[in-house]
Design a protein around this ligand. Structure first.
Ligand code: C2G
Length: 132
């Protein structure tokens, strides 16, 4: 069984997230999604609208996803890959090159981001809608 892993905050789920999860799953048979904890989001300088448990419940409900684990640190990827027998590591290409050090442990694939959608943009648009 070919196992794929990807990482992210996955807040306010949108088609950009769905597209990467679908394409990640297409690269194997089993997709693990490591979701950033609320504390790790702070380390990333991100404040998610939904807390970890809610983001986890949403991602677990997506047909492409087989398992969700928490992402607590930048450093856990090699251990996750080894502990879960992961064959392919996938990220959107905004991370192009940043995780090439994983190539000695598994395949590393950067997929094109979905253009024109982001959680940041959603928040901005909602703000405008509500404040005119
Ligand atoms: N993504 C995408 N297209 C978009 C928006 C996001 O393909 N329009 C992808 C990102 O490239 C990423 C995934 O969706 O691969 C999750 O995006 P975020 O939740 O923003 O995750 P990020 O903050 O990039 O966290 O250790 C890695 C980090 O946890 C990555």
């Amino acid at each position: 069984m070919k196992k794929v892993i990807t990482y992210g905050t996955f807040d306010l789920i949108h088609t950009g997230h769905i597209n990467i999860l679908r394409r990640a799953k297409e690269l194997g048979d089993y997709l693990i999604v490591a979701i950033s904890s609320d504390e790790f989001n702070e380390a990333k300088g991100k404040k998610a609208y939904y807390a970890f448990e809610q983001r986890k419940a949403v991602i677990e409900a997506i047909r492409y996803v087989d398992e969700v684990i928490p992402e607590h640190t930048w450093e856990q990827k090699i251990e996750d890959i080894k502990n879960n027998g992961v064959d392919v590591f996938v990220m959107g290409d905004d991370w192009e090159g940043k995780f090439d050090f994983l190539k000695e442990h598994c395949e590393v694939v950067y997929l094109p981001r979905t253009v024109g959608i982001s959680t940041t943009q959603i928040k901005k648009d909602l703000n405008k809608m509500n404040h005119g």
